[in-house]
Design a protein around this ligand. Structure first.
Ligand SMILES: Cc1ncc(COP(=O)(O)O)c(C=O)c1O
Length: 389
């Protein structure tokens, strides 16, 4: 008999954890045959999200990308407008700007947490932009209308400083909080600082609806508009009358049923992630842990380690994945991606270095202490600069 080498089970990077009332709620959709746009769960999921985040209003959508598109549109972003976005993000952030016909203006990230570099932003606004007709314009004449920060890996941006900068320069603030449900800055939930904010419930997020998103806003009119345009802008309950060009961006009852069940267990998931982070810290006693400032409450969506070079990163990625630990690099900075080559970009040296050296390590809610020990055993053999956990 040939010997079979048994591979250890895969330790997932960020996989869904389906718990609690998921089966009961989804079964209710199936039993009642309310599987599509009608049913109790969309409204209940929206209300529960509003309560959890402290947002006065929450409007569900088909995914985070679609919600970002609508949020930008409702904020008045259109052709010719410049929107500041971080270079280091998932491409959907920039794509949503492009869908509106607007121009993404890429800035660098900070070294510590990979969020938008607020020093560079301040310098860009105050030293590189000029006063134009109704506000600031870039050196090449693009009017700077808004900032779309991302809470990268779930870690909250310093919203006090960013909010003050936006106010000073009369810039709209819209938040890509796709990764940061459960994260707060000075006690306030991410996604609730801007005129609109967006959450994602994609399968790789802490809680999921399979695919889904949520628009947060304090403005009742914007919330009503968001509901309207995500449902084809139908203006009559019976007749097919539409008062503007809308989108089919609504969330289904089935997805919302799953979402509601997930939201109910989110506090447990967040507590579990704090434990996982603690296990990593204990497993890597000689690695420096990046400090979390007191104002930040981090959901720990994805934990990470930083190596010293691109070669070290590649080697460690290979070894982790070989050992069955699902590990991934950060995103290739967006202005280096084919669709955005030639777009405006500041110096993004720190985003390049982050991409070159950082690895996300298994962070799923289901990760056990034993799993962490297996991952840490590989990490202990590598020269690490720091641990973000
Ligand atoms: C920062 C960021 N923005 C936007 C999105 C898009 O969300 P969705 O996948 O729900 O469309 C994601 C990820 O999924 C993301 O990580």
């Amino acid at each position: 008999m040939p010997k079979t080498s048994k591979k250890p089970p895969l330790i997932p990077l960020s996989q869904p954890a389906i718990r609690g009332n998921a089966w009961k709620y989804v079964k209710e959709c199936l039993d009642t045959e309310w599987v599509s746009s009608v049913g109790r769960f969309v409204g209940e999921f929206e209300q529960a999200t509003a309560r959890f985040t402290g947002s006065p209003h929450a409007v569900a959508g088909v995914n985070g990308t679609a919600c970002l598109h609508v949020a930008l549109k409702l904020a008045g972003i259109g052709p010719g407008d410049g929107v500041i976005v971080p270079a280091l993000t998932f491409i959907a952030t920039a794509n949503a700007v492009t869908y509106c016909g607007a121009t993404p203006l890429f800035l660098d990230c900070d070294e510590r947490r990979f969020n938008l570099d607020l020093d560079q932003l301040e310098d860009f606004l105050e030293s590189r932009c000029k006063k134009g007709g109704s506000g600031l314009v870039t050196p090449s004449g693009v009017p700077v209308k808004a900032v779309l920060p991302v809470h990268v890996l779930g870690f909250p941006v310093d919203m006090d400083r960013l909010g003050a900068l936006c106010e000073k320069h009369r810039l709209l603030l819209i938040e890509d909080a796709a990764e940061s449900i459960g994260s707060r800055w000075n006690g306030r939930h991410t996604g609730t600082f801007g005129r609109l904010g967006v959450l994602s419930f994609n399968g790789n997020k802490i809680i999921t609806t399979g695919g889904g998103g949520m628009i947060l806003t304090a403005d009742p009119e914007l919330a009503a508009r968001a509901k309207h345009v995500t449902q084809q802008a139908k203006s009559d309950p019976d007749e097919y009358l539409h008062d503007e060009i809308g989108f089919n961006y609504r969330l289904t009852n089935v997805a919302a049923a799953l979402g509601l069940s997930q939201l109910e267990v989110l506090p447990e998931f967040l507590a579990q992630r704090a434990k996982i982070a603690e296990w990593y810290r204990r497993g890597l006693p000689s690695v420096r842990v990046e400090e979390t400032p007191p104002a930040a409450e981090w959901n720990r969506w994805l934990l990470a380690v930083q190596t010293g070079s691109a070669d070290a990163k590649a080697e460690l990625l290979r070894r982790l994945n070989e050992a069955g630990a699902q590990a991934r690099p950060l995103w290739v900075p967006v202005p280096l991606q084919k669709p955005y080559r030639g777009a405006f970009s500041a110096n993004i040296e720190k985003a390049r270095r982050a991409y070159d050296t950082v690895i996300n390590i298994p962070s799923s809610t289901s990760v056990t202490e034993k799993d962490v020990e297996r991952v840490a055993a590989v990490l202990r053999d590598a020269a690490l600069e720091r641990l973000l956990a």
